[in-house]
Every structure is written in C-alpha cells, then in structure tokens.
Ligand binder design. Sequence first.
Ligand code: ADP
Length: 257
Amino acid sequence: FLEAQVVRLPDSAPQAGAVAVFHDLTERKRLEEVRRDFVANVSHELRTPLTAIRGSSETLLGGALENQHYAKHFVEMIARNASRLERLTQDLLDLAAMESGREELVKEAIDGASLADSVLATVGELAEERGVELERELPKESLRIMASRRHLEQAVLNLLDNAIKYTESGGKVTLALTEAEGQTRISVKDSGAGIAPEHLGRIFERFYRADKDRSRQMGGTGLGLAIVKHIAQKHGGRVEVESTPGQGSTFTLVLPA
Ligand code: ADP
C-alpha cells in the first residue's frame, strides 16, 4: 500500500482500482519469490544425495570394490541416498498433486479405531527400533470420520513419524482421537525435544526445518508437515501445534466431523 501511494495516476483513475491492481502485483512478486525459493530448495535437496551417490560409486570404481569392508560401506551409502531421493520425489509428487487441485478427494466413512490400528501398525517397527513407546487413546463410543482414507492415513503417519523421530529412546508417543462440537480431533503427542517458539510459526513451510542436522540424519525431507497442512485444508480442516522445548509437542488435525 505504501508503494501504491508513489504511483502517479491520472485524475480520472478510480483510486480503489489502482490500489487493488498494485496489491495484485505485490502478491505476484511474492509468489514469484516463493516459486524461486522452492526451485532453489528442490535443486539443493536433490543435489546432496546425488553427490553422495556419485562420490561413492567413483570411490568404488577407483579401487574400494577390492576391499569388502569399504565396498559394503559405499554400497550402503548409495542405497541410503537412493532411498532419500525416492522419498523426496514421492513427497514432491504428493505436494504437486494436491496443489494442482486436479486430485479429487474420495471421501468415505472411516472408523477411528481401524484408522488408529492401521497407522500404529505401520510405525510399530520404527518406534521399536528407536525405543519409543506407542500409546493410543480412543473414545468409548465408536468414532467415524468422513475423509479420504489414503490422505488421512498419510497425514497421521507423517505426524507419527516426526513424533517418533524427534523423541529420544525411553520416550512416549500418544495417538488420541476425540470428537466434540462437530469436530474430530486427531492428535499426536510426543515427549520429545519440542520446538522453540521462533520456529513454531514456520515449520509448516516447505523445506523449513528447526534442526537441519537432526532432520537430515533422520532422513527427513522437510516436506512432511507441508503435506499434512495441505491434507487438512483439503478436508476443510486445519492442523494445530503446541510445543514446549524440552518437554514435547502435540500436533492436532482438526476436521469437520
Ligand atoms: P522433516 O522431514 O524435516 O521432519 P517436516 O516438514 O515433517 O520435515 O517437519 C519440519 C520440521 O519441524 C522438522 O525438521 C523439525 O525440526 C520440526 N518438527 C516436526 N515435528 C516435530 C516434533 N514432533 N518434535 C520436534 N520437532 C518437530
């Protein structure tokens, strides 16, 4: 708006129209910046594992193949980075499909208990490996959610995956489902590292990470929460977060019941 004031307009120009046009330009500029940042981020995220794969294969070809111990190390490095690329491209495809608006949500009535069982079974092994206890809390009466099963499972899995990844061994992750006042709340609570207030407002942005090293080490793509937010919005809902550093975080999907 400040910039709009320096634009000289002919006397006949309707002021309101001019301001609106200017706002549109500022928004276009902002979107262009977001797009440029996104392309730069994607390129960077792709290059890191590709460099590791190229480096490892060159080392193998340069002689490391002859030594079984080294050979195993570099082949494992290649496999790990290839999986990383696979996760990243899958996340990017999921985001693109949702942002294009082309993908229709096919909603069905999902039983809360069966959703909880299915997602907890999927992350069971990861939780065990990391020494994190999984708990589930469901209301006494059955709970139904109108949603796309595939998308909802993906959103809850992303939240569970993070909760387990960012919680130390001996910690606990609780998946709780409740229904009240026309809303279904699916919350994932962890007793992990928590998120500092200065990061909290930005973690739903694509590629934003509060702790870059930790995220990379855990194989994170930085896209998980952006995907969760999209899925919530596509269902006419939202995602909330509360966190206390050192004590843990709670992410809640709030959906119209
Ligand atoms: P990533 O693949 O890095 O986990 P996400 O989009 O899923 O990407 O999350 C973005 C960032 O938010 C993470 O890098 C991490 O810093 C922070 N974060 C997400 N969930 C949690 C959690 N349960 N506890 C602590 N930090 C979290």
